[in-house]
Design a protein around this ligand. Structure first.
Ligand code: NIG
Ligand code: FE
Length: 388
């Protein structure tokens, strides 16, 4: 079965061998053909081949599906009161994580599953076609496994974050909790996870503890990623680079050495502007990272505490307005950058052979993602070539 997407005023391929030769590989007056869920042809609309089915983009823009490489969708409850208190001047400390742990443990499987499905659908409607989901609000072996099982029902990109914080019942016994995470909990999580993550931060896990947890995960075949340098300049970024992590996430407080290390590595700097927006914190210095040559991704960090948004268009708009990324840099970071942060060579672009995950925008140009903030521009989403 073949499908033609025609009348595309602006097509973003993220394939620099196509179109204008920029990183976005922009093709104007374009068409795209999908066969068996993959991009089979891209080119000038006037040369488009005949196909079984047709979607008319009506002179809109087509972009690769967003690759949201950092979310915490498995949780129950909300923390609107904590958000309101922050907007009245309270700082964000991560202390609310335990509130969500209590609510998540008390929720039924059905409630967790319904919440994940709701958020996944919300993200899809805004153009997210690949999504990473972490555990981390269970923090017991049974609750972490349950979280990962629920996450696996909607994505292959699941991350074991048993080391989110030390749960209340282990207060004052962090080493015992690290042993549990590295042992029984890791072993039980393994069949349900691709990645292992740690919140390396003052008040959560220090550099040595984070190293031990990530090495334990790598020892059983999980791939490392890390919550690094969110609230303070700490050892997280250096550890991510040392271990060859796919991504160091947050990167809000970076030293010059951190930036140099990221630039000289294969570790992606994943920036989460929704978190700075919702915690009223200084934004990460995307310009310094880009100038140094680091690979930058944008992700939502969707969670009920620091960033309760599933909207990648919102993150793109904030990255442009507040972090001085160009619209092209921000869109690339939210698509191809996310794919690199998940080591997924098959998504995040629309060259021939790519998975046909894309959005048709009701917009004359991709720039509108930032130029028209808060406006629902996504008209149609294709997932594996199928309209959703
Ligand atoms: O990535 N920083 C740690 N974890 C989440 C926040 C979790 C929460 O506040 O519930 C984050 O921002
Ligand atoms: Fe996070």
């Amino acid at each position: 079965m073949s499908l033609l997407v025609r009348s595309i005023a602006e097509l973003v391929t993220n394939d620099p061998s196509l179109g204008d030769g920029s990183a976005l590989g922009l093709v104007h007056d374009a068409a795209l053909v999908v066969e068996d869920g993959r991009v089979a042809w891209v080119g000038d609309a006037s040369h488009a081949p005949a196909t079984d089915r047709v979607i008319d983009a009506e002179d809109g823009t087509v972009i690769p599906g967003f690759v949201d490489s950092h979310t915490h969708l498995v949780f129950a409850g909300d923390r609107a009161g904590e958000f309101a208190a922050r907007m009245a001047g309270e700082p964000y400390t991560g202390g609310g994580i335990r509130t969500t742990v209590a609510a998540t443990r008390a929720a039924s499987d059905g409630e967790l599953r319904a919440n994940v499905a709701r958020l996944r659908d919300e993200a899809l409607r805004q153009g997210t076609t690949t999504i990473e989901v972490k555990s981390g609000y269970g923090l017991s072996t049974a609750d972490e496994v349950r979280s990962l099982r629920v996450a696996r029902e909607i994505t292959a990109e699941t991350t074991f974050l048993g080391a989110h914080v030390v749960p209340a019942e282990f207060e004052g016994r962090t080493d015992d909790y690290v042993s549990l995470v590295c042992g029984e909990m890791m072993k039980s999580a393994l069949p349900h996870a691709r990645w292992v993550d740690v919140f390396c931060e003052r008040g959560a896990f220090d550099g040595d503890q984070a190293r031990a947890i990530l090495l334990a995960g790598m020892g059983v075949g999980l791939l490392p990623r890390i919550h690094a340098n969110q609230l303070t300049t700490g050892p997280g970024v250096q550890l991510a680079v040392e271990l060859g992590a796919a991504s160091a996430d947050h990167c809000t407080h970076l030293s010059d050495a951190d930036i140099d290390s990221l630039a000289g590595s294969t570790t992606v700097a994943t920036l989460l502007p929704g978190a700075e927006f919702s915690t009223r914190s200084p934004y990460p210095d995307a310009r310094r990272l880009l100038a140094a040559g680091a690979t930058v991704a944008l992700a939502s960090d969707c969670n009920p505490g620091s960033s309760y948004t599933t909207s990648m268009p919102f993150c793109v708009a904030v990255a442009v307005r507040e972090m001085c990324m160009s619209p092209a840099e921000a869109l690339w970071a939210a698509t191809a950058g996310g794919a690199r942060a998940l080591r997924r060579p098959d998504v995040g672009y629309l060259g021939v052979g790519a998975v046909a995950d894309l959005s048709v925008l009701d917009a004359a140009s991709f720039v509108h993602l930032a130029y028209r903030p808060g406006v629902p521009l996504v008209r149609t989403v294709l997932l594996n070539g199928e309209p959703q």
